[in-house]
Design a protein. Structure first.
Length: 276
């Protein structure tokens, strides 16, 4: 999926899955990694399909299907997967415990009820949770290292961790903004085939590269058709004038030498004068 999509949000996933909903045969199950926003997209586009996560999900689905109707091939697949996963059971349970801690911390930092708790209260709750983690006895070495890592990282962010709860409309993290810039970089790399093009494109063509855009090419074309002709001409003229400022700007040595050659030729074509 990462090779096909330039963005990874619910709207893009829904646009990707939408053609599947129009197929003549029903889709009973979806197997995927646990990408953010993908479960919501599957539920919206394919509401009747079960959504499972990779190997453990295959085992659970196979057992559910076998309970309804036995099939020796499906039973063999289920038994093989269970045998393959058995050696990793202890590590799996440790990772699940770590995942639970992360979910608990995420809930403390961004509660589901969207309550407007003051920053000081959120900080106290997080500190109490981390202290409880540090006090847990009889943990495996991996979980012991992980809980100290959670405490260390939280402490390093502590000075600026709770301002967002006291300042209206201040995002808790800049993850969405960074993701938006990454999406822009990927898109410009695909369209220009030049690394490092993002900053130059934003400088030379304007901030419209950073504006929200439709998730698919079809919707983008439909939106462009709605732009009045006079507004399009006005924006094209503005863009030409803006790009003129960068006409002699280049980072290519070959282009620099070519510009120097043209300037030298034009200069030497002028009448010579005394240097004194």
């Amino acid at each position: 999926m990462r090779g096909w999509l330039s963005r990874f949000d619910q709207a893009t996933f829904e646009a990707f899955l939408e053609p599947l909903s129009e197929l003549v045969w029903p889709i009973l199950a979806v197997l995927s990694d646990k990408q953010k926003d993908l479960p919501e997209a599957v539920a919206a586009v394919l509401p009747g399909a079960r959504h499972h996560w990779r190997r453990q999900g295959v085992v659970a689905l196979s057992q559910e299907l076998l309970a309804h109707r036995y099939d020796p091939r499906l039973a063999g697949l289920c038994a093989g997967l269970q045998a393959a996963l058995a050696p990793f059971a202890p590590e799996y349970h440790e990772l699940r415990q770590g995942e639970t801690w992360l979910h608990d911390i995420a809930w403390l930092l961004e509660p589901a009820d969207a309550s407007h708790a003051p920053g000081e209260q959120v900080a106290r709750q997080l500190r109490a949770y981390l202290d409880n983690l540090l006090a847990l006895p009889h943990l495996s070495p991996r979980l012991d290292v992980f809980r100290h890592h959670l405490d260390k990282v939280s402490t390093s962010y502590w000075p600026g961790l709770s301002h967002c709860y006291d300042i209206e409309a201040l995002p808790r993290t800049n993850n969405d903004l960074e993701s938006h810039f990454r999406d822009t970089q990927r898109r410009l790399l695909r369209t220009t085939d030049q690394k490092g093009q993002t900053r130059r494109a934003v400088q030379r063509t304007g901030a419209w590269e950073l504006l929200p855009r439709p998730p698919t090419e079809a919707r983008c074309l439909a939106a462009l058709r709605e732009v009045p002709t006079d507004q399009l001409a006005e924006e094209q003229d503005r863009l030409r004038k803006h790009q003129e400022r960068f006409r002699l700007h280049t980072r290519s040595i070959r282009r620099v030498n070519a510009q120097f050659a043209r300037l030298r030729e034009q200069w030497l074509a002028l009448a010579a004068t005394s240097t004194g």
